[in-house]
Write a protein that binds this ligand. Structure first.
Ligand code: GLA
Length: 413
């Protein structure tokens, strides 16, 4: 890999290590140890080069978690095509833990997880998935279970032993603690295990994580908890939109888990929710019952063209390029192939006409192809009215809805 390519994709910490190693080599006499250090820096894996995707128990099941649910969900991830579409982390949120033993080791609820976490992680891995758990930096979790305060190394060692690949770390009962310091200490405890574990920072944006969390965790919540309703989703979209500059390969703003399929919103609203998470390069963590999905829910969570927007390797969080001020917005996310994902969002209760000009989305002047990522249809050079898309694209957007398109400059003569 060329240094230039590494510099574009490496997270800040890996980049710093790489530059330090390069300086060492350039300034000192070359020797094997320094070259090895440089190679190690180059080979350092980026844990989340694209936003993490998976499933988490909290939104649908709360504290009602057990190993049967986890095994059935692992089966469903494999059988529904979710795993193959990219949803690879299966995460148990709060309430899997009940106490600590005499040596301070965290104890999984023996009634709900009689086989233990190692066997469950093995089952999940056997399905070609990765396994995640939840903890909290206070003495108790948000649901009152034992937290990790005072037990960072003991807990990290347990996760590594069980085969945990992802840990969500909450911030309840952490009053008086300094978030950047505590999360960094927890990251260091994870590192000491020698196992690669994604760290999901969950302090709800209270301590401006977009200013310090890159290099500490791979994703950081930016808002309070999501609810399964349109008001919550639109509030979160607005709150998360401001931090686009902080997102990129290795570190992502997390506007919380998906509610798609949980029943509180219409299909139109869920498509808008999913589209905006994709255009914001948000982690896509499903929060519904994967064992019982309607066709409509599947058509949303499994929309590969929308997932591609989220997972685009350029790793840019899309942003608002036009705000009409009355509930109509146009969002743009540049993609690695030079095309642009464009979302027309209507938060009002009536249909809206919205348009965008190429100059507003950094597209060169001239004809462009437009593909509708929900209709799975090339609108191509001609609209049904016979106009060419040579300077702008205009569309009717349903109430509480979105139109999501991908626009590419048309190279054909
Ligand atoms: C907090 C988090 C949620 C969930 C619950 C569990 O509210 O923000 O995502 O983990 O705790 O108790």
């Amino acid at each position: 890999m060329r240094i230039g390519a590494i510099i574009k994709t490496a997270p800040a910490a890996a980049l710093a290590a790489l530059l330090a190693a390069a300086v060492l080599i350039a300034c000192g006499p070359g020797n094997a140890r320094k070259e090895a250090a440089a190679e190690k820096a180059v080979a350092e894996p980026v844990l989340a080069p694209t936003p993490p995707m998976g499933f988490n128990t909290w939104n649908k099941f709360g504290c009602n978690v057990d190993e049967k649910l986890i095994r059935e969900t692992a089966d469903a991830l494999a059988e529904t095509g979710m795993r193959d579409a990219g949803y690879k982390y299966l995460v148990i949120d709060d309430c899997w833990q009940v106490s600590r033993d005499a040596d301070g080791r965290i104890v999984a609820d023996p009634a709900r997880f009689p086989g233990g976490m190692k066997a469950l992680a093995d089952y999940v891995h056997g399905k070609g998935l990765l396994f995640g758990l939840y903890t909290d930096l206070g003495p108790k979790t948000c649901a009152g279970r034992p937290g990790s305060a005072g037990f960072h190394d003991i807990d990290a060692a347990a996760y590594a032993k069980w085969g945990v690949d992802y840990i969500k770390v909450d911030w309840c009962n952490a009053d008086g603690l300094d978030a950047p310091t505590e999360y960094t200490k927890f990251r260091d405890a994870l590192r000491r295990t020698g196992r690669s574990i994604v760290l999901s920072i969950c302090e709800w944006g209270r301590n401006d994580p977009w200013t310090w969390a890159r290099g500490v965790g791979q994703l950081w919540r930016t808002t309070a908890d999501i609810g399964d309703n349109w008001e919550s989703v639109t509030w979160i979209i607005d709150a998360n939109s401001h931090h686009y500059a902080a997102a990129g390969p290795g570190g992502w703003n997390d506007p919380d888990m998906l509610e798609v399929g949980n029943g509180g919103m219409t299909g139109e609203e869920y498509r808008a929710h999913f589209s905006l998470w994709a255009i914001m390069a948000a982690p896509l963590i499903a929060g519904n019952d994967l064992r019982a999905m309607t066709e409509e829910t599947k058509s949303i969570l499994l929309n590969r063209e929308v997932i591609e927007v989220d997972q685009d390797p350029l790793g840019v969080q899309g942003r608002v390029v036009i705000d009409r001020g009355y509930g109509g917005q146009v969002w743009m996310k540049p993609l690695a192939d030079g095309s642009k994902a464009v979302a027309f969002l209507n938060t009002t209760g009536r249909e809206l006409d919205l348009y965008v000009r190429w100059s507003q989305i950094d597209l060169p002047a001239g004809p462009a192809r437009v593909r509708d990522l929900w209709a799975h249809k090339d609108l191509d050079v001609h609209t049904d009215t016979g106009k060419t898309f040579d300077e702008r694209f205009e569309v009717k957007v349903p109430a509480h809805g979105v139109v999501l398109v991908r626009i590419r400059p048309d190279q054909t003569p």
